[in-house]
Write a protein that binds this ligand. Sequence first.
Ligand code: FAD
Length: 402
Amino acid sequence: KKKPRILILGAGYGGMMTASRLSKQLGYNDAEIILVNKHNYHYQTTWLHEPAAGTLHHDRTRMRIDSVIDTNKVKFIKDVVVEIKTADKKVILEGGELDYDYLVIGLGSEPETFGIPGVEEHAFSIRSVNSVRQIREHIEYMFASYNNSEIKHEDYLTFIVAGAGFTGIEFVGELTERIPELCKEYDIDRKKVRILSVEAAPTALPGFDPELVDYAMSLLESRGVEFKISTPIKEVTKDGVILASGEEIKSKTIVWTTGVRGSSILDKSGFETMRGRIKVEPDLRAPGYEDVFVIGDCALIINEEINRPYPPTAQIAIQQSSTLSKNIKALITGSGNLETFVPDIKGTVASLGGKEAIGIVGSKKLYGSSASTMKKIIDNRYLYLLGGLPLVVKKGKLNLFS
Ligand code: FAD
């Protein structure tokens, strides 16, 4: 009898953890597991604000996929997913096609532009190793260009971060660490550089505890960040941003961090989506499909307490991999009912650069270095789940208290 084929799309938190768990839970003869990803490496999306600002080398955030997964049990294919054809149970790749018996969609997210003109053409986004490498290089180039031109272009030294949510604030925090270093390196007075955090909502970090928001904003302001709250951006141009008020802020660097939507492959493949995400069944299958599971930023799940979707996080993606792999195993071995996914939110910690962070863990608020230490523990915990102690030693943040 032919082994059923499990095809996992995307090697992010969701895809990697699913591949890792299935390879442990299933025997060689139970199934064939294939993992497809557009790069031969896995990167930690939750760390990307650091290499984007240039405070951490991007190699620290990535690892070769075949160095982490059990290649005896999981076949890795480096290719780009183009479309999913559920009617034919197959996936079209740039370099060919693959059929499946069970599909796991873990293709992650794309920036949410809200249709604002100019974002795609003129703004940067923090979404992959390649995208953050470009941001880091561009920022440094702006410093070099400012110095080496007769006319002093102030817009070269104006850095706009659009969106003061989790990612925007973490990136601004890193910038406040990196900019003074660049000023020193390029002989530029720190006072000449502007870092602006522009947010449409009436507060930075919407949804976060107000006391923690105050702490974060005061700290970042003391490091020279200018906040523009309740300030929607109407358009992004090659020269800067135009606010809803009509005011223009000139800048050559606009980093767009106003949230994400699910991979566009989902819409393209005919799935019903909300902000690009599939509202999954309690067992994490796409509604109407027996054989298609969805994980991470591609999956939408509702927080019943407030009747709103959970924000997509790595934390949820990792937890989903546990339910998902058990459910696939149950289908393949015909053993028992499918499990319902219930998120168990342990907390949220946002770094603010250097030794600073804020967060809630359980019901406890954390500030400063204790929050920063907690952040490193969370980062290391994921590496431990994925690759055990060796991976923590190789890729972890071991300087916990410095
Ligand atoms: P991802 O981890 O994004 O992985 C998707 C994978 O699919 C990638 O490897 C990509 O290369 C691949 N892929 C995409 N399209 C294709 C294609 N067409 N073909 C082949 N491969 C493809 N969450 C938290 O829980 N805590 C945090 O502190 C936190 N901090 C964050 C900080 C930043 C700066 C950012 C940007 C996000 C943060 N998040 C955090 C959110 C978290 O990173 C995401 O929710 C998480 O990465 C989702 O995991 P995923 O597996 O769905 O997708």
